[in-house]
Ligand binder design. Structure first.
Ligand SMILES: Cc1cc2nc3c(=O)[nH]c(=O)nc-3n(C[C@H](O)[C@H](O)[C@H](O)COP(=O)(O)O)c2cc1C
Length: 375
């Protein structure tokens, strides 16, 4: 080999090596998968595994993504698609995009005060955020943050109604009750990594730093969260709250019909991003039957595995009025902080808009069911 060729091959090897300085710019990732790769490079393994992982064999985690591959679209052409709008009206709000930030506990694993950073990104990109924490300062400053609170349920009627009042006084536009969190689930990655659920608030310990164990992950542990919660919680909320009550985690048509009957204002088809019951149905698979059961009486939202505008378009075609994204903004956060979250939200909406144009659709409300079908 000539010296020049040897040098060239050495340079090529170095450039491909992870040790070589990675092109570290918020505009470098060309899609959400590359944001994940960038976040993975920068994050502690415990934190990355906590966020990326699912429960047990991760069947549902994979099923969520695989479901999009089994659905194809049948686009329409020769329609004027010069103007495409991603705007939606949802529970009294006008949103520029049907993409909502899903509630994700443990953001501090990525960086300190991460909930506030993500809320700032939501504010600057005019995105509705669903979060249990991190929004108060922005709301106190009188900023126009679109915020839904999130709870896994409260002990009794008094506590529930008190909570509803605090959310409303704080400027919340809705209360999201997560219904699929009866127990701490059995997450192999966390169990194997000797993860401590206390890190979710304190962050992963720095090298040499000692932290007393608070809630160490253990295989098949029995850790109740809200095992006693029933439909009564919805009654309590509906009798006290003036803002919409949204149930997150519905997967069956029966529960969807019950949610309508008990007065829920919207539901989210969700399996917690494959993090609760392993083997639970993929959300895109569950969506059409749930939409049919609801029969247009309340909006049906969905989340799970959304990484592309085309994924979102399929969900909208199957009847979702809006979607939530959980991991995608966290990959933006882990890779580039607040600008990363903003870029991810922009990219998903931009991809959706383009996909709508290519599919012959100019409005979200006009997207027909028959645009997508299972193969
Ligand atoms: C790190 C992490 C933490 C989460 N914490 C919560 C939570 O506290 N409450 C909740 O209802 N859902 C929680 N979820 C589920 C998300 O709200 C959402 O349903 C899910 O992430 C959607 O799937 P995706 O991550 O593939 O977009 C969490 C998800 C992740 C990845």
């Amino acid at each position: 080999m000539k010296r020049r060729d040897a040098l060239r091959s050495l340079l090529g090897f170095a450039a491909a090596s992870p040790l070589y300085a990675v092109d570290d710019d918020v505009n470098t990732p060309v899609n959400i998968h590359e944001f994940e790769a960038a976040a993975k490079r920068k994050m502690h393994k415990l934190a990355y595994d906590f966020i990326a992982g699912g429960v047990e064999d991760e069947l549902t985690l994979r099923a969520n993504r695989a479901a999009y591959e089994r659905v194809v679209m049948v686009p329409r052409f020769m329609r004027d698609v010069s103007n495409v709008s991603t705007a939606v009206e949802l529970l009294g709000m006008k949103l520029d995009s049907p993409i909502i930030i899903a509630p994700t506990g443990g953001k501090n694993l990525v960086m300190p005060r991460a909930d506030e950073v993500v809320a700032q990104a939501a504010l600057s990109s005019k995105t509705l955020i669903c979060s249990a924490t991190g929004v108060q300062k922005i709301l106190d400053d009188g900023k126009p943050l679109l915020w839904w609170s999130n709870t896994i349920g409260l002990a009794d009627k008094k506590a529930t109604q008190g909570y509803a009042r605090r959310v409303e006084d704080g400027g919340g536009k809705g209360i999201v009750v997560t219904v699929d969190n009866a127990y701490q689930s059995n997450r192999d990655r966390n169990n194997r990594n000797k993860f401590d659920y206390g890190y979710m608030t304190s962050g992963v310990p720095k090298p040499g730093e000692e932290q007393a164990p608070r809630s160490p992950a253990r295989a098949a542990a029995w850790l109740p969260h809200t095992p006693g919660m029933t439909w009564e919680t919805v009654d309590w909320l509906k009798s006290g709250a003036t803002v919409p009550v949204i149930l997150k985690g519905i997967l069956s048509p029966e529960d969807a019909a019950m949610a309508v009957q008990r007065g829920a204002d919207a539901i989210v088809v969700s399996n917690h991003g494959g993090r609760q019951l392993d083997g639970a149905i993929a959300t895109l698979d569950a969506l059409p039957d749930v939409v049919d059961a609801v029969g247009g009486k309340i909006p049906v939202l969905m989340d799970g595995g959304l990484r592309r505008g085309t994924d979102i378009l399929k969900a909208l075609a199957f009847g979702a009025k809006a979607v939530l994204v959980g991991r995608a903004p966290l990959w933006g956060l882990g890779a580039f902080g607040q600008p990363g979250v903003e870029r991810v939200l922009w990219m998903l909406t931009a991809e959706l808009r383009l996909a709508m144009g290519l599919a012959g659709q100019t409005t979200v409300a006009g997207i027909p069911r028959k645009l997508a079908k299972r193969v």
